[in-house]
Design a protein around this ligand. Structure first.
Ligand code: GLC
Length: 423
């Protein structure tokens, strides 16, 4: 079953790749994964770019999972594929893919200082700026304000409170006939998204960041084990058993039809949840993710997407122009207003049009500013392996295969083996 669906995903990827290159004579091609309306929004901006510059651009679409995208990007880049000019890349992949991307420092010298310095720094590897920011990302806790009010609850401050509130409202709603409702939906599939969810639990409980900025492997500790064991009580209790296969869009699907009290998700889900065809339109709000019972940090995992120009592009000059266009103030402004994607330009958080159309963007600024990065900088070329070991250990615990203390001890050994002499 699993094998078959993976094969068909790859067949689709291949088909869209072939269609994207052979069937048209566009000047450039950009490869991008997507959730929600990402591709429609990108298409709109590419058409605007073409109208302004005469440069046409095809989109090569990817599966939604960043893990699947990374695998494909790595293959194409090591094969020096000349058919893709621009890659939409996750904030975490810069250190691993940097050798294949053009240094944008000089080309973007006139605009880099307009972006948040930390984001530019995250895309700078050995002094080379390998991608320009498109939007940043930090999740929040979405909650059904109508249901919390109806049942007399405040938004939860801790994960323990969330567990209790979710259960109480779920039970009360089911007793009234809302059979399909669940307390909490999130991303529990074995992929990069689970790494971010679990890092948030651990950091919020004073359990560190898996690997610390100085390279120390810190994950095998009591605070981390305590909160992962708490999360292991959720599937089948306050979360659907299927949550262990959920990524962003599966969680949003349950939430947006009105079948969840709480959801952990990124800002893109906000505009969609507010759309006219959403069952939860005007019935929800957001708040920072809870803190752990033994911690005091509202820890949102830092995400975000950036645009890199391939070293193997035969059309680098036009590709650089495109990247600058998609990262520009006007385009980021439209993206924020239409899709609640968080801008990477501080000035847009004071733009009156943005704040009038999407006041939530202002609320999201402190969440983003305090977000916790994944250890992709300290673990360098090993990040994907480190993350995979982490999500595997967490997924096992959530599935009832061993408790967190046992699985984190084994994880620590595996990470030490990966690190050997140094990251
Ligand atoms: C979001 C984030 C990205 C993260 C991914 C995990 O797309 O922006 O950084 O890796 O979710 O699923």
């Amino acid at each position: 079953m699993r094998l078959r669906s993976q094969t068909s995903v790859m067949a689709l990827v291949l088909a869209s790749f072939v269609a994207g290159t052979a069937a048209s004579a566009a000047d450039l091609s950009i490869v991008s994964g997507a959730v929600g309306r990402d591709i429609d929004e990108l298409r709109k901006h590419l058409d605007m770019f073409e109208a302004e510059t005469g440069i046409s651009v095809d989109i090569v679409t990817m599966p939604a999972s960043t893990t699947d995208q990374f695998g494909q990007y790595r293959l194409w880049l090591s094969a020096e594929n000349p058919d893709i000019d621009v890659y939409r890349v996750d904030v975490i992949w810069a250190p691993q893919l940097s050798a294949h991307f053009v240094d944008l420092s000089e080309h973007a010298a006139d605009v880099v200082d307009d972006h948040f310095p930390a984001i530019i720094q995250s895309q700078t590897v050995d002094g080379r700026l390998v991608a320009l920011p498109m939007f940043t990302d930090a999740p929040a806790l979405y909650y059904r304000s109508d249901l919390l009010e109806k049942h007399g609850f405040e938004p939860p401050a801790t994960w323990v409170e969330l567990t209790e509130t979710a259960k109480a409202i779920q039970d009360a709603e089911r007793a009234e006939g809302h059979d399909r409702i669940w307390g909490f939906v999130w991303q529990g599939a074995a992929y990069e998204g689970l790494t971010v969810n679990a890092l948030e639990w651990v950091a919020s409980n004073g359990g560190g960041q898996i690997v610390e900025p100085d390279g120390e492997i810190s994950i095998n500790n009591e605070n981390a084990a305590e909160i992962i064991d708490l999360a292991a009580t959720w599937p089948g209790n306050i979360s659907p058993p299927g949550v262990l296969g959920y990524r962003e869009e599966e969680a949003r699907g349950v939430w947006q039809v009105g079948d969840a009290v709480f959801m952990r998700n990124w800002p893109y889900a906000y505009a969609l949840s507010q759309s006219d065809d959403s069952a939860v339109q005007d019935l929800f709000d957001i708040t920072p993710l809870p803190t752990g019972p033994s911690g005091d940090q509202n820890a949102a995992g830092l995400g975000g997407w950036n645009l890199a120009v391939s070293e193997y592009s035969p059309n680098k000059e036009a590709a650089i122009e495109l990247v600058k266009y998609l990262a520009s103030y006007e385009i980021q402004k439209d993206r924020a207003i239409e899709t609640t994607r968080l801008p990477t330009l501080p000035a847009l958080y004071e733009d009156e049009d943005v704040l009038a159309a999407q006041p939530v963007i202002g609320e999201w600024l402190p969440i983003f500013q305090e977000a916790v990065p994944r250890p992709s900088a300290p673990t360098k070329a090993n990040y994907n392996q480190v993350s995979q070991e982490f999500w595997t250990a967490v997924h096992a615990t959530l599935s009832g295969n061993g408790d967190a203390a046992t699985n984190l001890t084994q994880l620590e050994r595996n990470l030490m083996r990966i690190r050997r002499a140094g990251w």
